[in-house]
Ligand binder design. Structure first.
Ligand SMILES: [Zn+2]
Length: 384
């Protein structure tokens, strides 16, 4: 039976702002932090509980007993007022999470808001300075072992460097303005991890890093975005900041195994790990490879890009759900193992083909085309 206080809480829930989780925006929150005065979802409630009751006191809206004073506090604050207070100074480069985002992002967003109160005290936002130094665990290029490496970020130099030995020359120099960062792709197997993807000698290269502490990875991630935003502001002074923010790194639109076959009907199917990074569809032998075997630019439909669904496989048992990615130069014959998996790939590829090209996309396209024409016989582009 609902008691009087629970009824009042259900009424408060209907108020605008309270009908979605205060932290991740997922609908119909069932929990609350009654000292902070906010309505939250279960996933965020677990993170709140993890901070300790001295920061956030969590209760279920229906399953727990509520005191009058606690309900009163919920009424006085609520999600909108709490947002105005705890998110007052969120820097534009900061990625605000939504409900489907990686755990590291949601957890650090909540801890930044209420535990460290970073957005009430901007001087605590160490990631805004344009420089950062520290150690991360980096996966070896050819082996599944991680090594401690020193990383140095410099916005002024437009670089992210890493060192094997602290006092020696850097082992790798990544151009910050061309760097893509995907936060915690599940394939890495570490919650607090990043995949850094960049161009090296005309070829895409991936490196994989993690840190035991989620705050450290989140700070690196935010520092890279912040430096990139500043570099974009310098390069495009008249473009509104809100448009530049959209150009900051995004997690991969989709990753997974697909079967790929050559252009001839007799060609065998090979299993490849596919990654759709914005408009670049890469395929690899293994998920954590350092280099893709091939890269396909996914352009706009008006330039001759399309998706076709075929209902007949060519006899390969596991490649049961084929589809074709048509580009101006070549048709790529791909296949998924399940109907659902194919549906997801079709959806995300179709969305990509319909999305207008940005100037940045055209740069990526030009790089891939240049690579293709400069490596005729042993073409990495059409690699199997
Ligand atoms: Zn939530």
């Amino acid at each position: 039976m609902e008691d009087h206080n629970q009824k009042l809480l259900q009424e408060l829930l209907k108020k605008s702002g309270n009908n979605v989780c205060a932290d991740c925006g997922s609908p119909d929150p069932e929990w609350a932090s009654y000292n902070l005065g906010i309505f939250i979802c279960m996933r965020c409630a677990i993170i709140h509980r993890g901070m300790g009751a001295h920061i956030s006191k969590v209760k279920h809206l229906k399953l727990d007993r509520w005191e009058d004073s606690q309900v009163q506090r919920m009424k006085e604050v609520g999600n909108t007022a709490a947002k105005n207070k705890y998110e007052e100074r969120v820097p534009p480069c900061y990625r605000r999470p939504n409900k489907n985002d990686p755990q590291v992002l949601i957890e650090q967003w909540i801890r930044a808001k209420y535990q460290r109160e970073e957005f009430c005290h901007p001087e605590r936002q160490s990631y805004l300075s344009g420089t950062m130094e520290g150690f991360l665990m980096k996966r070896g290029k050819e082996e599944n072992r991680y090594h401690r490496r020193k990383f140095v970020l410099s916005e002024n130099e437009d670089t992210l460097k890493y060192h094997v030995k602290e006092d020696k020359e850097p082992k790798g120099i990544l151009k910050l303005s061309e760097l893509n960062v995907a936060l915690a792709p599940p394939k890495i197997g570490y919650m607090n991890s990043m995949q850094l993807t960049f161009m090296k000698d005309g070829t895409t290269r991936h490196i994989y890093v993690y840190h035991e502490e989620s705050e450290v990875i989140n700070n690196w991630y935010t520092a890279i975005r912040c430096a990139q935003l500043h570099l974009l502001q310098v390069a495009f002074p008249s473009t509104p900041q809100s448009d530049l923010v959209l150009r900051l790194p995004k997690d991969f639109a989709r990753e997974g195994w697909l079967w790929k076959t050559g252009p001839r009907p007799s060609d065998a199917h090979r299993r490849r790990w596919f990654t759709l990074d914005n408009r670049k569809l890469m395929y690899h032998d293994e998920p954590l490879d350092a280099y893709p075997k091939g890269e396909i630019f996914v352009g706009h439909e008006s330039n001759g890009y399309s998706i076709k669904v075929s209902n007949t496989g060519n006899g390969c048992k596991e490649a049961r759900f084929p589809f074709q990615l048509v580009t101006p130069e070549r048709t790529f014959c791909l296949a998924a193992t399940t109907h659902e998996d194919r549906a997801c790939w079709l959806l995300v590829l179709q969305q990509t083909i319909k999305r207008p090209l940005t100037p940045q996309d055209s740069t990526v396209e030009a790089t891939l085309v240049r690579k293709r024409t400069s490596s005729n016989s042993i073409s990495i582009f059409s690699g199997r």
